[in-house]
Design a protein around this ligand. Structure first.
Ligand code: IPD
Ligand code: CA
Ligand code: CA
Length: 265
């Protein structure tokens, strides 16, 4: 295993322990409202501090982009992209679906990825060129080619109300044909589930780099395709992402494309 992935796994597990220790006493969480419907708890911050401490102790020259504290060593060649607790709203309500997400970018290339679900103790990992794993077993995207019968994930555009209408247009065009669409509330796990073939595809508007970075490498290493809504690779900039196996990705893009000009980045 790549030593940098090893360190990232250690950091993710440590953060997971901090998160789980308080999972049964969510009524005592100290909650900060960052913007409408966007929250952080003291546990988000503690988990993030612990991850950064472990990563920078091992690699003091590396940079960090973390959800709660922003950039450290901005401009470094190696940049860790961290969501210490993805699914904070779920966590605050005791809804047991959330994860720690850590990715390592070298220049423009995501090289290492860890998504750790501390509830199920599911560890999703990927190293560029080495495949994607769930609990040390190789994972692959599913083979579903048609929208008929497809089982998809999505997220709601709750931060930018201008995008609700175009989102609902896309949703309407997609969900009536599928066998089901889930909005589970932790984008990193949605992406990990696409990589593991538990979801046939996923799309969301307005994600942040820390929601996506690790999941993107997992999907690519599991044989899937990731793009923005214009079928380009600017998803980390726009926050708009669609991913699936190559056939399903094409099917989803064809449904999204007619509505793209109504979406505001
Ligand atoms: C959120 C979750 C959610 C997605 C939001 C994210 P957070 O992350 O991933 O599924 O729909 O856009 O902000 O705030 O819980 O880390
Ligand atoms: Ca997140
Ligand atoms: Ca978060």
């Amino acid at each position: 295993m790549h030593p940098m992935l090893n360190i990232a796994i250690r950091a993710a597990r440590q953060a997971g322990e901090i998160i789980i220790r308080s999972a049964d006493s969510v009524d005592t969480l100290k909650i900060t409202t960052k913007s409408q419907n966007d929250f952080a708890t003291d546990i988000d911050k503690r988990a993030e501090d612990e991850i950064i401490r472990i990563l920078l102790t091992a690699y003091p020259d590396h940079g960090i982009l973390a959800e709660e504290s922003g950039y450290t060593n901005e401009g470094a060649e190696y940049m860790w992209i961290i969501d210490p607790l993805d699914g904070t709203t779920n966590y605050m309500h005791g809804f047991p679906h959330y994860a720690v997400s850590i990715a390592l970018k070298k220049g423009d290339s995501i090289e290492q990825a860890v998504i750790y679900d501390p509830v199920r103790q599911d560890l999703f990992t990927a190293s560029r060129g080495k495949g994607a794993m769930l609990n040390n077993r190789r994972i692959r995207v599913c083979r579903q080619r048609k929208l008929e019968g497809a089982f998809l994930g999505t997220g709601f555009p709750f931060k930018n109300s201008n995008n609700i209408e175009p989102y609902l247009d896309i949703f309407r065009d997609i969900f009536t044909t599928t066998s089901g669409v889930r909005r589970a509330g932790a984008a990193s796990l949605d992406l990990a589930y696409v990589a593991a073939g538990k979801l046939d595809g996923f799309f969301e508007i307005g994600l942040k780099p820390w929601d996506m970075a690790a999941g993107i490498l997992l999907i690519q290493e599991a044989g899937g395709v990731v793009s923005d809504f214009s079928n380009n690779d600017r998803y980390l900039d726009s926050g708009n992402i669609v991913c699936a196996n190559p056939s399903m990705h094409r099917v989803l893009l064809d449904k999204i494309t007619p509505h793209v000009n109504k979406i505001i980045d």
